[in-house]
Design a protein around this ligand. Structure first.
Ligand SMILES: Nc1ncnc2c1ncn2[C@@H]1O[C@H](COP(=O)(O)OP(=O)(O)O)[C@@H](O)[C@H]1O
Ligand SMILES: [Mg+2]
Length: 295
């Protein structure tokens, strides 16, 4: 399965390019799922079509992020109850009501949504994600690394707690007691899951992270920051799409940072990129774009 992400500043053309990519790669014998993880969904507005009017090999989904945030909280609450039975004395529900509004919940919801669709469409040939604007999209990609840092510290703490428990109880825990420590096992499990996610994002042969920009200095500056942020996380960017570029574009107009990067100039359309037939027409007129999206 090929995973494809489109990210960039609001309005640069992420949704349009994700749809063009889905149309370019979807054939009768290839299944494609196109999923919007942006709260401000507009895939169906751009397609101007209902689900039932789309080819059967193409699934288009506008994910309900609030549902995933609630789901994340429910799972966390259930896990806390399982691991720490004494917590039933505390009114967890009250805490969770407030947690829903806490910073960070949105990206956990986003990551859960990603995992959900990744599992659900495992058998598909392409999974294309139309991402939310930059700040949130980068938190999403940063979350596995941040969580791994936390987990490393928490595991250290847990080991210290286990040692203290031994001292207090005066009994040396056997390997078995340590291995069956629910809290430690849970932390180890989470560590494995985040490590797997990070490996998925870092594997460029299956995962393409595309940055979309426009040929203006503001969106190019934002794109450069995306490259730098992802590079710190050792997550590679596959290609930069300079969308809405003029016919007379010139690589030398780009800041030196972009030299030798994989760049595709997708031209500004003379007709609105709304409705499947217009989008198909744009693809037909830009065969090189199809090649770039298909390769
Ligand atoms: N290559 C293009 N040529 C002309 N207009 C474009 C092009 N790509 C996108 N647009 C237009 O730009 C606007 C924003 O595009 P959209 O895909 O919704 O951006 P984003 O998802 O990044 O916010 C829309 O009106 C869309 O039709
Ligand atoms: Mg969009």
């Amino acid at each position: 399965m090929k995973l494809i992400f489109f990210l960039g500043k609001g309005g640069v053309g992420k949704s349009t390019l994700s749809i063009l990519n889905a149309l370019a790669v979807s054939h009768q014998d290839r299944s494609v799922a196109l999923i919007s993880l942006d709260r401000a969904h507009n895939l169906f507005d751009i397609l101007q079509a209902e689900s039932s009017e789309l080819p059967s090999s193409l699934k288009v989904i506008e994910a309900d992020l609030d549902w995933f945030v609630r789901q994340y909280l429910q799972e966390t609450e259930a896990q806390l109850r399982r691991n720490y039975s004494y917590l039933t004395a505390i009114n967890l529900e009250e805490h969770f009501k407030i947690l829903r509004l806490a910073p960070g919940m949105e990206e956990y919801g986003l990551l859960l949504a990603f995992k959900h669709f990744y599992e659900k469409f495992k058998e598909f040939d392409y999974l294309i994600f139309d991402m939310p604007p930059t700040a949130l999209a980068l938190k999403f990609f940063g979350l596995p690394s941040v969580s791994l840092l936390w987990l490393k510290q928490l595991l250290k703490l847990r080991d210290e707690i286990l040692k203290k428990k031994e001292i207090i109880s005066g009994v040396k825990f056997g390997k078995k007691e340590i291995e069956t420590d629910k809290v430690k096992n849970n932390l180890l499990e989470q560590q494995k899951r985040y490590q797997n996610l990070l490996e998925i994002f870092r594997n460029e042969s299956n995962c393409r992270i595309n940055v979309v920009s426009n040929p203006d200095s503001v969106s190019l500056a934002e794109s450069k920051r995306i490259y730098e942020f992802l590079s710190d996380l050792e997550i590679p960017v596959h290609e930069l799409f300079i969308n809405k570029s003029s016919d007379k574009h010139d690589d030398r107009m780009l800041p030196p940072f972009f030299m030798k990067k994989n760049i595709f100039f997708s031209p500004k359309s003379r007709f609105p990129l709304i409705g499947i037939s217009n989008l198909q027409k744009y693809l037909e007129m830009n065969k090189r774009l199809i090649d770039s999206l298909e390769k």
